[in-house]
Design a protein around this ligand. Structure first.
Ligand SMILES: *[C@@H]1O[C@H](CO)[C@@H](O)[C@H](O)[C@H]1NC(C)=O
Ligand SMILES: *[C@@H]1O[C@H](CO)[C@@H](O)[C@H](O)[C@H]1NC(C)=O
Length: 305
């Protein structure tokens, strides 16, 4: 027990006395507050708080009755959807959400009372989300294609998917309705465009002595070309490669009386008409590699005997 011997003087907030046990001069600074630490320093009493937080993230409270210290965290979350962190170097509170969608194609929503986290896709219905968080509707309303978005090209891609059974769809059936197939044509429904592609049968046989046609019932028909020119003084021929051609009929020579060549004109341009010994004669007036065609003109052909 400390023995107080002689009070020397009372100065403002402290008492100076002589400790009689040690004969030393001492100062009494007690402020009777259990929450302060009392010290005499540079001729003054100093009272500093007893409860000091360890860092800026703590809050200290002192019990005024017994001086007990208690400490709390400074940063606490304000609702069920956030976590609180404290930066120990400056005491700054940082709040982070507990409910995060993880990508731009989904949306997170959090109930602040229960903390229940709900993550929903950003895009609705047929829309496709691409990574920037944009929704694109790539649907082409074609039941035969698979629709997707190419982030690389930035375009929708609709590819015919043979694994999809689209043959029964209204769209495909409508396409087939316009796709008539018969003996002259085949038609297929293009699954990409849902339009009909028709291929007509090629009936040409390369033979100029036939007329090539197509009959939907029976298919290709090849009717013989009629080369007849109704001129009794020509012989009518047909060549598979060159078609109709004509030669003067020698039987007509010497039948018609004449005075001059002009009396013999037979209106066949490729014949030479001459009056010989009072009678008309007609000869082919074309080169050796020519024949007389349908228009009675000389026409080059490959050499034939
Ligand atoms: C949060 O959840 C509670 C309890 O389920 C509910 O009553 C309340 O309506 C919800 N709040 C919102 C904003 O959804
Ligand atoms: C197409 O539809 C009909 C009736 O709507 C059904 O009977 C048939 O099985 C379907 N075919 C396919 C390949 O799905």
């Amino acid at each position: 027990m400390r023995l107080l011997c002689l009070i020397l003087f009372l100065v403002l907030n402290y008492i100076v006395y002589i400790n009689c046990e040690t004969n030393e001069i001492a100062v009494l600074c007690n402020d009777n507050d259990p929450c302060t630490v009392d010290r005499f320093k540079i001729l003054k009493c100093e009272h500093t708080p007893k409860c000091v937080p360890q860092n800026q993230c703590e809050i200290a409270t002192c019990n005024k009755k017994n001086g007990d210290c208690s400490f709390q965290q400074k940063c606490v979350s304000r609702h069920a959807c956030e976590k609180a962190y404290c930066n120990p170097s400056n005491g700054e509170c940082i709040y982070t959400p507990t409910c995060i969608s993880g990508d731009r194609c989904s949306i997170a929503s959090c109930n602040e009372t229960t903390g229940a986290c709900n993550i929903k896709p950003l895009c609705k219905g047929e829309e496709i989300c691409h990574e920037g968080g944009y929704c694109v509707d790539c649907s082409d309303n074609n039941p035969c294609t698979t629709d997707f978005y190419s982030p690389y090209y930035g375009v929708c891609i609709n590819i015919v998917n043979e694994w999809i059974n689209c043959e029964n769809s209204t769209e495909y059936r409508n396409c087939l309705k316009g796709c008539q197939t018969d003996n002259c044509r085949t038609a297929v429904c293009d699954k990409q465009t849902l339009k009909c592609h028709t291929n007509y049968k090629d009936c040409s046989d390369g033979d100029l002595c036939t007329l090539d046609n197509c009959d939907p019932e029976i298919g290709c028909t090849h009717q013989a070309v009629d080369c007849s020119d109704n001129n009794p003084c020509t012989i009518d021929f047909c060549d598979n490669e060159y078609g109709c051609h004509y030669k003067p009929d020698p039987a007509c020579n010497g039948n018609k009386p004449c005075n001059v060549n002009s009396d013999c004109n037979d209106n066949v341009a490729c014949t030479k008409d001459v009056c010989t010994n009072g009678y008309c004669e007609h000869t082919l007036n074309c080169g050796f590699d020519q024949h007389c065609n349908r228009e009675y003109k000389c026409e080059k052909v490959r050499f034939e005997n």
